[in-house]
Design a binder for this molecule. Structure first.
Ligand code: CDP
Length: 820
């Protein structure tokens, strides 16, 4: 590593350790270093105990705030110093000057680098002490913006405004945002998220804001930054936004790219003209596509077009009708495959001028790949065999990372491995089996970072969450089922479902790569080589396969006037926009003229899907008055499955008998309610209660978490803070109200029984059957409401409740909406 880089690293490290709250821009950057050094607290001479010994990658992360209470600031600094040598070796550091100087000259930087090269942890630390990252106090002369300025009192417009000082780093997943914040706080020797002025690192994920006024590096999920943008479209708190893991291409990332392009290329009136630096980081994304995307924004701006309108917070949109022209896009022939890279605005003609880029090489050891000789019929069985093959044949240390499709397959395999583990010879090393999927409670997720005890092999059973988001140390062996659960919206029937689909070549490469981070590794692909060759090169971005209602609601709440002209990296089809607008209209989020109304604005601000947000808002209405009950059900729905899966007929019968006390003849929603409330009221041994009722204790802990956080939403003020173990008296009236609220959110997920006993959805005329997991399975009712559309060997409605015909008539009474 060249000397200059060492110096930069040391500087960043020193500054990181000494980070103070935001400082004024007038403080010269150079004199800062010396001044801050004088502010250093005296070095601690307290030796580290073994308990306090510096953490290395893979140690169990501390709970926020726990480190400082135990070791004080000196302990934190020593930990940071112990991590420094490993940090210095990360490939990203040999690009530090390219990154920093690139961002001094230009406002957009693209960084492409292999997973593990140090992008997420090091880039924020490199940037935070750059001169442009100071808080600026600016005089606002521009009066064109209609938005109230953030520090205005009684509507009077202030003369000066504080801008920037913070860096936001967005992650597609909660687990990544939290674990990265913990790691960066350790590396910088600062307590995480605390209100101590020394705390410069924090995180914000749904229902959990761990930041303070002194936070300068803030990791947050993409959804949380979108929420912040609803409160402050100009992101005035920030000097830079770093979009991490853009290769995942979730809808939220695509929305952020569009919004940020608007800010960075526009006049920034709301920021008093202060620049916002944007860094886009990715493991695989096409650099040129992103470059063209941003350059196109600059080009439009210089041509006098407004890339994204910011001013009008009550923007009006035109609801499409059958005759309407596709605004901005003329031919319907190109709807499926719009030109990529510039939001469908045609090829870039100008030379690249505003965007810097940097390619960081990976740190990858060779990985040997094993393919199956012929297609595998039962891949769970193949997984089990491969896990034990590795365990018996491969040396320790060497943990195993297994890629599965979802909670259900993870839990099934977990059970199978545990059963087979019992038959292992006593002289064989032990197994530590750890599940890892999005719906797990935070502490269970964090357990995968633990180092296993001696003579033990860690087996991590994960969904694609571990593909790029999370770095699990110690992994040398990967088993890849070659599939993943992906969201797919079928616009013709207006329903979204999760489908198990083959992954892309690029995802397979990412999965394989996890085996070669620390040493040469091995990867077992449970599919044939030909199957691999037949995989598509990359995943279809979510924006092209999901229901756009949420995205459109966010755009409208953010004041975007021309939603069709929004600069998406990949343009969704016209039909998808139309369906989404109709859906929003049906949800009551738009008024008759197509403007977002109060309900729509409230929905956009709730940390829930549109359907659930609408349901919750309905429950607050005085004539419904069932908000506690609806919250309990929503909390359950946020966890994939609370009931334990039974494997044998015998255990299935036992479970049925045990759970009968909770079953409600009205259906699954009220059964979930009864289960949550029975669990919450249990105050002796909840774990034992779960065992008796075949309920997942792990899932229930996550449900309780979400429930508590929903109770504390600002929407409710203090009215919900009564006894959490109180059980509802489920009268017929209350039961009806709860289901009516769900109909308000899920009218598209309602169906009527046909003469042959099957069901047809009201909106899309799609045939569905009641899923065998439902309490209404085999118990025909006239009309149903369902939570989820599942397509396996046939179309199923899952999470089903019986509803009255008259309730459906009420939900669909808006003229012209009968057929979606
Ligand atoms: O973003 P990218 O995948 O390029 O790398 P990173 O997340 O910054 O990780 C760089 C290194 O930091 C990893 O290889 C791990 O050694 C370490 N790390 C860790 O120990 N714990 C974390 N939560 C994150 C990173």
């Amino acid at each position: 590593m060249p000397e200059k880089i060492h110096q930069r690293f040391d500087e960043a490290l020193t500054l990181g350790l000494l980070s103070s709250p935001v400082v004024d821009k007038h403080v010269a950057a150079t004199s800062n270093i010396k001044k801050r050094k004088r502010l250093l607290p005296p070095q601690s001479t307290v030796p580290l105990t073994s308990k306090d010994s510096p953490r290395v990658a893979g140690d169990k992360p501390e709970k926020p705030g726990s480190v400082i209470s135990r070791t004080g600031h000196a302990g934190l600094k020593e930990r940071a110093a112990a991590l420094a040598p490993a940090r210095k070796k990360l490939p990203i550091w040999s690009h530090a000057s390219t990154i920093c100087s690139g961002l001094q000259d230009r406002d957009v930087m693209l960084i492409v680098g292999e997973t593990g090269s140090g992008k997420s942890t090091q880039v924020p630390q490199m940037l935070v002490e750059e001169p442009w990252c100071r808080t600026q106090r600016l005089c606002i002369s521009n009066q064109s913006s209609q938005e109230p300025l953030p520090n205005s009192v009684n509507g009077s417009r202030p003369e000066s405004l504080q801008i920037g000082g913070r860096i936001a780093i967005t992650e597609p997943r909660r687990v990544a945002a939290i674990s990265l914040a913990e790691r960066v706080a350790q590396e910088m020797g600062t307590p995480l998220g605390s209100s101590s002025p020394a705390s410069t690192v924090g995180f914000s994920v749904r229902f959990n804001n761990c930041t303070s006024p002194s936070t300068r590096i803030k990791f947050l999920t993409e959804g949380m930054l979108l929420q912040e943008m609803l409160r402050d479209a100009w992101l005035r708190d920030y000097s830079a936004v770093v979009l991490d893991e853009v290769h995942e291409r979730g809808v939220n990332a695509d929305l952020l790219l569009g919004f940020l392009r608007g800010i960075v290329t526009g006049k920034k009136e709301g920021r008093g003209g202060a620049v916002l630096k944007v860094v886009v980081m990715s493991a695989t994304a096409e650099m040129q596509t992103l470059e063209e995307f941003f350059e196109q924004g600059f080009l439009q701006e210089s041509a006098g077009e407004d890339p994204v309108a910011h001013e009008d917070a009550t923007a009006k949109i035109d609801l499409p009708d059958a005759e309407s022209e596709w605004s901005g896009i003329s031919s319907s022939d190109d709807e499926d495959e719009g030109p990529r890279g510039n939001g469908g605005e045609g090829p870039t003609t100008s030379p690249i001028q505003h965007v810097s880029s940097c390619h960081v090489e990976g740190r990858q050891y060779p990985v040997t790949i094993h393919y199956e000789p012929k297609p595998v019929q039962n891949w769970l069985d193949a997984m089990l065999r491969t896990i034990f093959h590795i365990h018996y044949k491969e040396p320790l240390p060497g943990d195993v990372l297994v890629f599965l499709t979802g909670q259900e397959t993870v839990e099934t395999l977990e059970k199978l491995v545990k059963e087979h583990e019992k038959d292992m010879r006593a002289d064989v090393p032990k197994l530590l089996i750890l599940p890892l999927f999005a719906a797990l409670p935070q502490d269970v997720q964090q357990a995968v970072f633990q180092r296993p005890p001696p003579k033990t092999r860690k087996i991590i059973l994960a969904t694609n969450i571990a593909e790029t988001s999370v770095t699990v140390p110690g992994v040398r062996f990967v088993i890849d089922c070659g599939k993943a659960k992906i969201k797919h919206f079928r616009s013709e029937i207006g329903l979204e479902s999760l489908l198990v689909k083959p992954i892309s070549k690029s995802a397979a490469t990412q999965r394989m790569g996890r085996a070669g981070r620390e040493a040469p590794g091995k990867c077992w692909r449970l599919y044939t080589e030909q199957d691999y060759l037949d995989l598509p090169q990359s995943n279809t971005p979510e924006i092209l396969r999901c229901d756009l209602s949420q995205a459109i609601l966010t755009m409208q709440a953010r004041g975007i006037q021309d939603i069709y002209g929004f600069p998406f990296l990949d343009r969704p089809r016209r039909e998808a926009y139309e369906k989404a607008l109709m859906h929003l209209f049906q949800l009551g989020a738009l008024d008759k003229t197509g403007c977002i109304n109060q309900i729509g604005s409230q929905m956009a601000q709730l940390p829930l899907s549109g359907a659930l947000a609408r349901t919750l808002l309905a429950a607050i209405e005085p004539e419904m008055d069932c908000v506690r009950e609806v919250i309990d059900i929503i909390a359950c729905l946020s966890v994939e499955n609370i009931f334990l899966k039974t494997t044998s007929e015998e255990s299935k019968e036992q479970a049925e008998t045990a759970r009968r006390a909770m079953y409600r003849r009205e259906g699954d929603h009220l059964t979930l309610l009864a289960t949550v409330q029975a669990y919450a009221a249990e105050n002796t041994d909840r774990k034992d209660w779960c065992r008796r009722y075949f309920v997942s204790h792990r899932a229930m802990k996550a449900v309780m978490d979400v429930r508590k956080q929903l109770h504390s939403l600002p929407l409710f003020g203090k009215s919900l803070s009564t006894d959490p173990s109180e059980r509802s008296v489920l009268t017929a009236e209350l039961s009806a109200c709860v289901r009516k609220c769900f109909i308000q959110g899920f009218a598209y997920n309602t169906a009527l029984r046909l003469s042959d006993g099957s069901y047809k959805t009201v909106a899309g005329h799609q045939k569905v059957a009641i899923h065998p997991s439902s309490v209404l399975f085999g118990k025909p009712v006239r009309a149903i409401l369902f939570n989820e559309f599942v397509f396996t060997n046939k179309s199923y409605a899952r999470g089903v409740s019986a509803v009255e015909m008259s309730w459906l008539e009420d939900a669909w009474k808006e003229p012209g909406l009968e057929d979606g």
